[in-house]
Design a protein around this ligand. Structure first.
Ligand code: G6P
Length: 478
């Protein structure tokens, strides 16, 4: 039995299986996993996650009770749930990623979507089953009065389901995404919206990355559930129970990141990149190929910048690393194709025999990303909306001189905004102007701003972020 548990869809590792049946393990990606991976092992936390792929399923089936650590993997205490593939796909792709993610990031093309018919209601049933499987596993593994930390939009129903099974537990839910304002959140069918909110309110503590997302959640609870909300005290009382709302702005473990970025694989990528771009200035972006990251408008902004500033032709290169993500969804495949098309247009218009204005890379390569951070003069982070955005925090830590162009809609803007060049992510011309300003920023100013960015980015490293939430569970309201 465990006294501290974490639950999330994606776990710290994933497996691929080769044709001859050999399993290979690699580290999971995304902000949530980067934040938690470093700290759970040290705290002796049991992590419960879902099997996402065939490789994961093969690994789980060979592990006693789904415990990968008991099967000899160096994962820390980890139980992976082998949820039936069809249920998993409906819960993960159709509900979590195509609905809740779209709602909270305001991604719908409203005249055409969403449209909630019978099919959605079947998918919603699967989302319930999937959340129920987590609640059951947590109920089995948790010691009396254990603290359980449920993560993100995949698992909004789990807290209430778990409380029904195990009222002794102290339960937290944490949202790594933004939260939508009530008028957008209420695109969801009323009963579904209510179930999501009441699912999270099953927790003692509902955590968010910024005050803005916490505020939007409280507004939704007030207007959709009629809950009693004390905004100043950050409490929500609904049907006789009170849930505390907390703001914990996940940051970066600067030392660990610098150590990793000093390793030889990163150094050799730096050498290779330098050979490729010479001594030209570098504008860097690193993202999952994700609709909310706004990569296409970022490329349009770079193109406008090149059009307006011929004096920079031949003297600057844009490194755009856009890693594959959620390719089961057609919107993501189309988006990747659009990104590639835009990049090609820039090449066609501006490339010369000895100058490549843009290097787009769509393969995952962590050490190469770290190398790009280290070389960056400008870091472009322009999401439409983002829970936090750790790239905005990692970049300045690794680059001694990068100026940060940051979307005001990223959660990170709350902490870094004063030291970044803030942009409206829809304003392509404004973003182009900010790229120019960032390139022109005097050395002294960029170093001063960069030091401030690093201080803000490392203020709440994962270790402290986790302890702050565990502490919040120690004094739950009566
Ligand atoms: C965001 C979410 C995480 C998710 C990550 C990667 O950061 O908040 O929960 O794990 O994206 O997305 P994926 O669908 O690949 O897990």
């Amino acid at each position: 039995m465990n006294s501290v548990l974490v639950a999330s869809n994606r776990g710290p590792v994933s497996f691929t299986v080769s044709d001859d049946g050999v399993l290979t393990m690699k580290r999971g990606g995304g902000g949530l996993v980067s934040g938690l991976s470093g700290v759970t092992k040290e705290h002796g936390v049991l992590w419960v996650c879902a099997a996402l792929s065939d490789g994961d399923r093969s690994a789980v089936r060979l592990a006693p009770g789904g415990r990968l650590d008991h099967a000899g993997y160096d994962t820390g205490a980890l139980r992976m749930l082998d949820i039936p593939a069809a249920t998993f796909h409906r819960a993960y792709n159709a509900v979590a990623n195509s609905t809740l993610w779209f709602v909270n990031h305001l991604l719908y093309d409203i005249p055409n979507a969403p449209s909630f018919g019978a099919r959605f209601h079947r998918e919603w049933e699967s989302y319930r089953d999937y959340n129920g499987a987590f609640a059951l596993a947590l109920a089995e593994e948790a010691a009396h009065e254990a603290r359980v930390m449920v993560q993100d939009y995949h698992l909004t129903l789990t807290p209430a389901m778990l409380r029904a099974e195990r009222p002794d537990l102290r339960i937290a839910h944490f949202s790594h995404t933004p939260w939508a304002p009530p008028e957008y959140f209420s695109l969801l069918p009323d009963e579904v919206g209510r179930e999501v909110l009441e699912g999270i309110l099953g927790a003692d503590h509902a955590g968010f990355l910024t005050g803005r997302w916490a505020g939007a959640f409280m507004d939704c609870c007030r207007s959709l559930l009629g809950a009693e909300v004390d905004t100043a005290a950050r409490t929500i009382t609904h049907e006789g129970r009170t849930t505390r709302v907390g703001v914990h702005g996940l940051g970066v473990d600067g030392e660990a990141l610098c150590d990793r970025a000093a390793e030889p694989d990163v150094e050799s990528h730096m050498t290779a990149l330098r050979e490729q771009v010479g001594d030209r200035r570098l504008i860097v972006r690193i993202d999952r190929t994700e609709l909310s990251k706004n990569i296409v408008r970022g490329l349009h902004a770079y193109r406008e910048f090149l059009a307006a500033h011929p004096e920079w032709h031949g003297r600057v290169v844009h490194l755009a690393f856009a890693y594959p993500s959620r390719h089961d969804l057609p919107e993501y495949r189309e988006y990747t194709a659009t990104v590639q098309r835009c990049a090609q247009e820039i090449e066609d218009e501006y490339a010369t025999e000895d100058w490549d204005p843009l290097i787009l890379n769509v393969n995952d390569d962590y050490p190469r990303s770290l190398a790009a951070y280290r070389l960056a003069d400008v870091l472009l982070v322009n999401p439409i909306r983002d829970g936090m955005n750790l790239v905005a925090k990692e970049g300045p830590i690794l680059s001694p001189r990068a100026a940060l162009v940051l979307s005001r809609e990223a959660g990170a803007a709350a902490e870094l905004g004063g030291h970044a060049l803030l942009v409206n992510p829809y304003d392509v011309s404004g973003t182009a102007a900010a790229l120019h300003e960032a390139l022109m920023m005097p050395e002294e100013e960029r170093v001063r701003r960069r030091d401030e960015l690093v201080a803000a980015a490392t203020a709440l490293p994962p270790q402290k972020w986790l302890s702050a939430q565990l502490d919040a569970l120690d004094d739950r309201p009566a």
